[in-house]
Design a protein around this ligand. Structure first.
Ligand SMILES: *[C@@H]1O[C@H](CO)[C@@H](O)[C@H](O)[C@H]1NC(C)=O
Ligand SMILES: *[C@@H]1O[C@H](CO)[C@@H](O)[C@H](O)[C@H]1NC(C)=O
Ligand SMILES: *[C@@H]1O[C@H](CO)[C@@H](O)[C@H](O)[C@H]1NC(C)=O
Ligand SMILES: *[C@@H]1O[C@H](CO)[C@@H](O)[C@H](O)[C@H]1NC(C)=O
Ligand SMILES: *[C@@H]1O[C@H](CO)[C@@H](O)[C@H](O)[C@H]1NC(C)=O
Ligand SMILES: *[C@@H]1O[C@H](CO)[C@@H](O)[C@H](O)[C@H]1NC(C)=O
Ligand SMILES: *[C@@H]1O[C@H](CO)[C@@H](O)[C@H](O)[C@H]1NC(C)=O
Ligand SMILES: *[C@@H]1O[C@H](CO)[C@@H](O)[C@H](O)[C@H]1NC(C)=O
Ligand SMILES: [Zn+2]
Length: 476
């Protein structure tokens, strides 16, 4: 009679333990979200309860050094390749490639030429080659055919598509029969409003509150879809924003003859292509022109920017001081907020928060490089990183459990010294502890029932009972 609950208990023990171990080897899921132009400290401008929820239940990196130039397309490509601009080839939002004899321009959404993107291989391609699926809701560049492929699922770029629709797609892809393990989600604000209003404008408060509500909406939808506890959510951005002013304008027309050069990219990093034979003239005319403009010949560009060794970097590059604006003349478009400046400036730095089974809880880290995100993503997705400029070991402390050695050593080494990981801790993940604890409780309950049975039953009955107990064990 009592042998029935006994066998049921035993079956539960077995099921629990096997769930525990399968949880361990489960593929990680990652959702990477970029709120364009979300400066690292916007978090503190107005109450941002959803962002703060993430940081108390997940990890927060205060200062993320992004890459030069601190523009949208170069930085988004770095997030998914781990490479500096000179290495991934998307050196600006507006480019000219003298070998291809082709232009790339964000202004005209003239960005769909595959050749511009193929100096690197973005993570979705590597992910898919490893047999996984990727879904991109408007991630910059993810609707371009690169090395003959697209993400498994993607939405062609259309700025009129609402945040809610983008989230709906992401949820659909994560919950489909062949679910994605990597989702990429992009939203244009607070960049758009930051440009129009300037980051110091009090009207930025409501803009940031709106982004916080959007994050809350995303979290709610993930919870409804039962994804919240399984997805590793990373919320970051491409760059920050700084206040500009009509009082701080550098007019190139005052120093240069327009017939002597082509202006490929404007502000705050002017990419100047001098006409045939005019290089020295253009350089000399600009070199000491304005105290807030630093002018470099391509070969003099500081190494720390990793912004030199690429044919798309023009022969003369003029960089404005923070908050200064480069125009040809004052009738050109002027924005109250801008970015693109030196990546060492805090105001250019993006936000970085992460939450999920792979991440520690309530953990703050002072600094990281944005190139480190790529090896982190590869580690989470269990794919082999291609050569890159980051390092997993720099961000390993964000993770709740130590990196298994087998995976750690498959990471490719970089010229920066590589990902040679030291001794790894034996810390286990949260689901593991949960599973083991549940298992133990059930084992205890089982033995309580077992002992109760012993007390209340005759000894001869024991042998039959044992026979019945072993049966479900063998079947499990
Ligand atoms: C990681 O990938 C390898 C194959 O590359 C596979 O054998 C292993 O089971 C995977 N690990 C997890 C945790 O999925
Ligand atoms: C580059 O392309 C332009 C048209 O966009 C053409 O006029 C020019 O001749 C081309 N230059 C070379 C060197 O092919
Ligand atoms: C962009 O999205 C809007 C809103 O969904 C839609 O009305 C419009 O047709 C779309 N544009 C293109 C080019 O698909
Ligand atoms: C602009 O140049 C002036 C004069 O050299 C300098 O005092 C000021 O700090 C510069 N502005 C910035 C933002 O660097
Ligand atoms: C600025 O340049 C435009 C041509 O791009 C010209 O039409 C305009 O007159 C110039 N404005 C001034 C103030 O020089
Ligand atoms: C997070 O950590 C801080 C100290 O770093 C502590 O004051 C706070 O109570 C913690 N919050 C939660 C929710 O654990
Ligand atoms: C960022 O990378 C540089 C090397 O390029 C390294 O010296 C620095 O320590 C890294 N910063 C962090 C916070 O890991
Ligand atoms: C960045 O990574 C690429 C690819 O491994 C490499 O070719 C390049 O030299 C690296 N740059 C630096 C500064 O280490
Ligand atoms: Zn941007």
């Amino acid at each position: 009679m009592t042998s029935k609950p006994l066998s049921v208990s035993f079956t539960i023990v077995i099921l629990t333990l096997s769930t525990t171990f399968s949880l361990q080897s489960d593929q990680q899921k990652v959702l990477l979200v970029s709120f364009d132009g979300f400066r690292w400290d916007y978090l503190y401008k107005v109450p941002t309860p959803h962002f703060h929820d993430l940081l108390t239940h997940g990890v927060h990196v205060k200062q993320v050094t992004n890459i030069f130039i601190t523009k949208t397309y170069p930085n988004h490509y770095t997030l998914v390749t781990g490479l500096f601009a000179e290495n991934h080839g998307i050196v600006a939002n507006d480019m000219f490639d003298p070998v291809l004899n082709k232009s790339f321009s964000l202004d005209h959404m003239n960005i769909y030429d595959s050749e511009f993107w193929e100096e690197a291989i973005p993570i979705w391609i590597t992910n898919q080659k490893a047999g996984h699926a990727t879904g991109s809701a408007m991630w910059p560049g993810a609707d371009v055919k690169i090395h003959k492929s697209f993400p498994t699922h993607y939405m062609p770029y259309n700025e009129s598509v609402s945040f809610e629709e983008r989230v709906a797609k992401i949820i659909e892809w994560f919950t489909s029969e062949e679910p994605i393990n990597l989702g990429l989600l992009y939203w244009e604000d607070p960049d758009d409003m930051g440009h129009q209003l300037g980051p110091d404008n009090p009207l930025m408060g409501p803009v940031i509150s709106d982004i916080d509500r959007k994050l809350g909406y995303l979290i709610q939808r993930l919870k409804e879809a039962k994804l919240w506890d399984v997805v590793n959510l990373i919320v970051t951005s491409d760059h920050g924003m700084t206040q500009c002013s009509k009082e701080r304008v550098i007019e190139l027309d005052q120093y240069l003859d327009r017939d002597h050069y082509t202006l490929i990219d404007q502000s705050p990093v002017a990419a100047i292509l001098p006409k045939e034979g005019k290089l020295d003239e253009v350089y000399e005319a600009l070199a000491d022109a304005h105290p807030n403009l630093t002018v470099y010949k391509k070969e003099e560009i500081p190494e720390r920017w990793h912004y030199k060794y690429n044919k798309r970097i023009q022969p003369v590059v003029a960089v404005a001081d923070e908050g200064w604006y480069i125009l040809q003349n004052k009738s050109d478009e002027f924005l109250l907020g801008n970015h693109g400046y030196d990546n060492a400036l805090a105001e250019m730095h993006p936000i970085f928060l992460a939450h999920g089974p792979a991440f520690r809880k309530n953990f703050t880290k002072e600094a990281m490089n944005s190139t480190d995100l790529y090896p982190l993503l590869c580690h989470l997705l269990n794919i082999t990183a291609l050569p890159h400029n980051g390092s997993l070991s720099n961000v390993q402390d964000l993770l709740s459990s130590a990196v298994p050695k087998a995976i750690a050593y498959t990471q490719s080494t970089t010229l920066l010294g590589g990902d040679h990981l030291g001794e790894l801790g034996q810390e286990e993940s949260y689901p593991y502890f949960l599973g083991v604890s549940l298992g133990c409780i059930i084992v205890i309950v089982f033995f309580v029932i077992f002992i109760k049975h012993l007390i209340h039953s005759q000894l001869p009955a024991l042998q039959d009972m044992q026979a019945e107990i072993t049966q479900p064990l063998l079947q499990a």
